[in-house]
Ligand binder design. Structure first.
Ligand SMILES: C[S@@+](CC[C@H](N)C(=O)[O-])C[C@H]1O[C@@H](n2cnc3c(N)ncnc32)[C@H](O)[C@@H]1O
Length: 262
């Protein structure tokens, strides 16, 4: 699974809405600064330009305890909604979004300007892989205290990201884009937070417990669930999103880690 914009797991609302090719191209801003866009996207395979409701975004930022001392990076920022909420409601000191798609980049810049946030919210046009690999000069992900990543994951990408992140910074991600290589330190569904330096799982059960958070077995409520039961839970819930096959990939990656192969 590639961590590119064409892969699926980041996209719970997988079918692009009809008739809206133009609405994501044209500015078409309404008068309202809150309800300023129609969240629609053409059949580009990029996924939604705004992934979460504002209620969800606040939940994520509360999970990270976001505040005025934070620097927040969104890797693949779409229309910058996460950054806008972080800056306007959580008073986050500096927000940086990187977006590869030209139209989305321009829309994000326009939305930030319209809210007079340009001094605190910076949108960069580019590939976040280059940023993670230190190939972009202007911003350094090492300054981030919080990083949101909501695309397909891989062990290689995590390692490169981890090398660049500073100690005690939070990696925020969500249920559809898990990292079997590390444990989640906290969660508020659908969001997870892993604090740098990341904790590696010691067993399948150890990782699954940090993700699924099921406390009692369905078969014996005096016991916690077995690893098999937790895999089944994860598969069931991924099936809900139409992403069942991802679980097999997570399992293979986790087993590789536990065998010390990566
Ligand atoms: C599903 S959207 C999420 C937008 C935003 N992070 C949010 O939560 O609302 C993911 C965005 O990442 C962008 N993207 C995908 N791969 C990228 C890459 N390698 N570099 C920069 N942006 C990328 C896509 O164009 C898309 O707009």
């Amino acid at each position: 699974m590639e961590h590119s914009s064409t892969s699926q797991p980041f996209d719970p609302k997988s079918s692009p809405q009809k008739s809206n090719v133009r609405s994501s191209i044209r500015p078409a801003l309404n008068k309202s600064k809150i309800d300023d866009v129609r969240v629609t996207w053409p059949r580009t395979g990029l996924g939604p330009p705004i992934l979460f409701t504002n209620i969800d975004i606040r939940r994520m930022l509360h999970l990270a305890n976001a505040g005025p001392r934070d620097i927040f990076y969104d890797l693949g920022c779409g229309w910058a909604q996460n950054l806008i909420i972080a800056a306007t409601e959580f008073n986050v000191k500096k927000c940086v979004g990187i977006e590869r798609d030209k139209r989305r980049y321009h829309k994000a810049v326009q939305r930030v300007k319209r809210r007079n946030l340009s001094s605190r919210v910076r949108i960069i046009r580019g590939n976040f892989e280059d940023m993670v690999d230190g190939a972009l000069r202007d911003e350094n992900i090492n300054e981030a205290t919080m990083v949101f990543y909501g695309l397909s994951t891989s062990a290689d990408f995590l390692e490169r990201l981890s090398d660049k992140m500073r100690k005690r910074a939070c990696l925020l991600y969500y249920y559809n884009t898990l990292f079997p290589e590390i444990k989640a330190d906290s969660m508020d569904y659908p969001f997870y937070l892993s604090k740098h330096p990341f904790s590696k799982p010691t067993s399948e059960q150890d990782w699954l417990a940090s993700i699924v958070r099921k406390e009692k077995s369905s078969f014996n409520s005096d016991r916690g669930p077995s690893a098999g039961e937790l895999w089944d839970e994860l598969t069931h819930d991924y099936d809900y999103w139409g992403l069942r096959s991802e679980v097999g990939r997570y399992k293979a990656r986790l087993r590789r880690i536990l065998r010390g192969e990566t």
